[in-house]
Each structure stands twice: as C-alpha cells, then as structure tokens.
Design a binder for this molecule. Structure first.
Ligand code: ATP
Ligand code: MG
Length: 401
C-alpha cells in the first residue's frame, strides 16, 4: 500500500530519510506516527528507524544530541524540530519481565519490526510513501483490532508493560483486543506487579484520559489485571462504578480530574498515600487531593465565595464538570461570577499583614495573631469589610482579643 498524500509532518521530515539514504543506509518512518497517519489521526512525534549505527547517524547530520545512544537513539535537529532516529535493533534476553538486558543493533528492518508490541505499531513507511506491513497490521487497522506481534504470551512475558499498553491503546484507539492477545494479557497480568510503578502509571493515566477510556477500563476489569496495580486489588466493582457513573461520550479533561474521579469511585479517604504508592509527583498529589476534597464538600454545599476562595476557580470548574457528567446539578457560571467578585484570591492579597499587626497593635506572634488574620481574611472574602488598610484596622479594634 502506498500513501499518496504524505502528511505534512512526514514531508517536513523527508530530508532526514533522504540524507541517510544518500549516505548508503536504509531509513523509515516507524511507530505510532505511521499508525496515526493511516487512521487519519493527528500525528505527534515522527520517529525514524535506520540501518545506520548511532555514530554513523551522527556523522551524517551536523546537529545531533545523544539522548539514548545505548539504545541506539540519536536526536537529529532540523531547524526548530528534533527527530528521534533509532538504529534498527533487537532486544536481548529479558531478565525480569521488563527491560531487556541489552539491545543489539542490526541492519535489518524486519528484525526491528519484530520486536514491536502490536501489529498496528509495527508499520514502516519509506520515503516514497510505501507502507511496509509485515504482520497484517493493515487488516487489523481495518477491523479495528489490537493484536500482538507474534505469539502474544511470549511478547508479554518479554515485557509485561505491553499488557498495560494493550489496555491503553484499546482506550486511545477504540480498538477491540484480539481474543488471543486479550487472553494472554489476562493470563500474564500478575507480571505487572514486577514492572516499575512509574511506567505503569504513565500507561494507566493515558488510558483514563483517552476518548475510549470506558472500553479500556472494561478490558482491564474483565481481565482482572487491576488486581496487580498498586492498591487496586479486588477493586473491580469500584472500577465498574467509575465506568458507569458518567454520561456517555464523556472524556476527562485532565489527568488530575481523571484520577480524582478514580479515587472518588474507589472511595479512598487518604488521597496522598494512595498516590504515593503510584509514585506520582507532590504537585500531582496536591492537585488531586484538592479536587477530591472540593468534590466532597460540594456534595453538601452550593457554590459560595468561601468555597471558590478556598479551592480556586479552576479546581471548582473541574468539579462542576465532573458533576455534570454524573448527572448532578452543575453551576459553572455561578463559580465564574463568584470568582469575579472575590476581593482577594489569597492571603498575600490582604491589605494588612501579620507584621503590621505586630508593629501597630503590639500583638505578639503566636496563635492569637493567626486567629485575627484568619478572621480578617474570612470577613474580606465574605464582603463584610473592604480590603483597605484603614477599614481593616478599624475592624481589628472592634474585635475582642
Ligand atoms: P503514542 O501515540 O501514544 O506515542 P506510540 O505507538 O508512538 O503511541 P510510543 O510509546 O511512543 O508509542 O512508542 C513508539 C513505538 O515503539 C511503538 O509504536 C512501538 O512500535 C514501539 N514500542 C514502544 N514501547 C514498546 C514496548 N514496550 N514493546 C514493544 N514495542 C514498543
Ligand atoms: Mg509515540
């Protein structure tokens, strides 16, 4: 099959293939970008595979960066764009179900394509637009099937992360898992426990924010694979609730929002310890924690100035979005309005500081100082007093302390 209209991303990268070819090497576009071009989906990251060894790639191009030379990857810079150019390779024995003990560079495209995970991820595209399809991936694309390259069980045993990638691609592409592939994923799911949590997180996160996340979640629950994810053992029923609780076609707008919905479905009270097990960043933990708290508070309260002040507009709009998708009342416009009328958005915006209180009122640092500031903050947010130094000083004089 020949792609007649090469997408502009490939056209732009053609000189890279041509330079490698002119130097006597083979070079192809490979991986997700070829799949996405065939599906007429937007293309990101054009990856290139070549028979040239990394040092040879570096000698062909004036501007390169060593980004993973031990795996055969050199970043070739072309104006503002960087292309990952990776030497054809095979992966050596897998010692622990995750990373190969090493990679071997080879000169054959076929060997390189054989190590790839799914047939639709194993296309190569040459500079004339010809698609190289060694594993009937084109037929699988037509049938919207996700099928492992080769013998599924062997492939998942080599690298168990592929099991998670299978669920993830089912969710992002909306493809059905080919039965033998799915069976092997379910059977070998216990190996997921051996994979680094960070890598599993990336795949599960991509699954949750994908357009067909419900389908991905269904495969995950039916397979029982969730049992081998951090703190998710025996949580199948909760995952089904998550899947069924939202209006059809709903898609999460951010990772933080998706994980909040997951934690709410799992009914997890201690957000941070759970996310720590998933080895997420502190910022992520904080954002999800805030969203979950705001969501819970909003269950029994209408939006108010204090709520908007405490959690911020952006967080509450994500909460309203979740509420709407669950068929609950939702008031995004009110939240926008409340945010606009808020006189301050944080303590730093207050026209008086703790230092002022100590200097001008002789209050000694300690809990009392904090109480007074808290009361002033509350009163400003509620609109009981304007955020002006003079008026705040008068308010302090009226206060009993
Ligand atoms: P995305 O659009 O999400 O980036 P992708 O298909 O490009 O999807 P990547 O993770 O970027 O996926 O990997 C690029 C290519 O490398 C894949 O298409 C696949 O051919 C191969 N690949 C990546 N990870 C694995 C793996 N664990 N096992 C086998 N092949 C893999
Ligand atoms: Mg990619």
């Amino acid at each position: 099959m020949r792609l007649t209209n090469l997408p502009s991303e490939f056209q732009k990268a053609l000189p890279i293939l041509e330079k490698l070819q002119a130097a006597g090497y083979e070079a192809y576009f490979v991986g997700g970008s070829v799949r996405d071009a065939l599906l007429e989906r937007p293309i990101h990251d054009v990856d290139i595979a070549t028979s040239a060894y990394p040092q040879e790639v570096k000698s062909v191009f004036p501007r390169t960066v060593d980004i993973g030379i031990e795996h055969g990857t050199v970043l070739v810079l072309d104006g503002e764009t960087g292309y990952e150019v990776t030497t054809f390779r095979t992966e050596d024995v897998y010692v622990d179900y995750r990373r190969p003990s090493g990679v071997t560079f080879v000169r054959s495209l076929e060997e390189d394509l054989l190590r790839r995970d799914f047939t639709v991820n194993a296309f190569a595209l040459d500079s004339s637009g010809q698609i190289i399809d060694l594993f009937e991936g084109l037929a699988d694309l037509d049938h919207r099937l996700l099928r492992a390259v080769g013998v599924p069980a062997e492939r998942f045993q080599e690298d168990a992360l592929r099991i998670m990638r299978g669920f993830r691609f089912a969710a992002s592409l909306g493809f059905t898992l080919e039965p033998a592939t799915f069976e092997a994923m379910a059977e070998l799911a216990p190996l997921l426990a051996k994979i680094s949590v960070e890598r599993v997180f990336i795949e599960f996160d991509k699954l949750l924010i994908a357009p067909h996340w419900r389908a991905g979640l269904t495969s995950l629950t039916v397979s029982g694979a969730y049992d081998y994810l951090p703190d998710m053992a025996e949580k199948g029923a909760a995952l089904e609730t998550l899947r069924d609780d939202f209006t059809e076609d709903y898609q999460f707008t951010s990772s933080e929002q998706a994980w909040s919905a997951l934690l709410l479905a799992l009914n997890i009270r201690d957000v941070k310890p759970f996310l720590k097990k998933w080895k997420t960043s502190n910022d992520f933990q904080k954002a999800v924690d805030q969203l979950v708290s705001a969501y819970r508070e909003r269950l029994s309260a209408e939006p108010s100035r204090q709520l908007v002040y405490r959690y911020g507009k952006d967080c509450l709009l994500l909460v309203e979005d979740l509420r709407q998708a669950k068929g609950l009342s939702s008031q995004p416009a009110l939240i926008q309005k409340l945010d606009e009328v808020l006189p301050i958005h944080s303590k730093q915006d207050m026209a008086i500081t703790g230092r002022d209180l100590i200097q001008d009122f002789g209050i000694t640092p300690g809990p009392q100082l904090g109480d007074i500031l808290d009361e002033l903050e509350r009163a400003i947010v509620a609109g009981e007093v304007e955020n002006e130094r003079k008026l705040l000083e008068e308010k302090i004089k009226e206060m009993h302390w």
